[in-house]
Design a protein. Structure first.
Length: 182
């Protein structure tokens, strides 16, 4: 257990790497069970930047043929959602007629997923499902029901394993939580 300082804030270990790995094993097994016998080639949609590490860990465990497409969206500033989802980089490939598995680091307010679904529908995706590493309880209010969830967490700000505080902390192997005792 340790502490890290990123700019003005201190974070402490919240979910160690070993536990994250086990949770990803579990969620990958569920995705495999649903897609293993597919005759199409589903697309894993990596939502940059936060989803980088989770996408890499997830895809290692998948045993069906799949392709990776990326998109970059942004809505956070510091430790707060701005509520405004910006498309920083568009889809890296044509997804017309394809089944999409959205690979997200975390679903919080659900704004990002709602915007993604709008983009995917406009670009002609056949269908989309959501595979998220983390789910915060607020998401339930948006009537979002992610098909695949590795771990549920309370409504706190976390970093590590791809997630950032003003772009720092993405390289941390464990997940850290904002230390309230500062
Ligand atoms: P939503 O649009 O569902 O509110 O949030 C989605 C995005 O906001 C996530 O993909 C993630 O990039 C960012 N986000 C939400 N909660 C957190 C958090 O606790 N920590 C960090 N670092 N980013 C978060
Ligand atoms: Mg994200």
């Amino acid at each position: 257990m340790g502490r890290v300082k990123l700019y003005d804030k201190t974070f402490r270990t919240f979910i160690p790497y070993e536990k994250i790995e086990k949770a990803i094993d579990g969620v990958a097994e569920k995705v495999n069970a649903d897609f293993r016998d597919c005759t199409d080639i589903p697309i894993l949609l990596c939502v940059l930047n936060g989803s980088i590490m989770f996408t890499a860990e997830l895809m290692k465990r998948l045993d069906f043929n799949c392709e990776i497409v990326s998109i970059k969206l942004s809505s956070y500033s510091g430790t707060q959602s701005t509520g405004d989802v910006r498309q920083v980089m568009g889809l890296t490939a044509d997804i017309t007629g394809r089944r999409i598995i959205i690979v997200e680091d975390i679903v919080d307010s659900g704004n990002t997923i709602m915007e993604l679904r709008r983009i995917l529908a406009a670009k002609g995706a056949a269908s989309s499902s959501i595979c998220t590493m983390l789910l915060k309880p607020d998401a339930c209010r948006k009537d979002l029901h992610p098909e695949y969830v590795a771990m549920e967490i309370p409504n706190d700000f976390i970093v590590g394993f791809g997630l950032d505080y003003n772009e720092l902390g993405r390289n941390l192997k464990d997940i850290y939580i904002l230390d309230q005792e500062e």
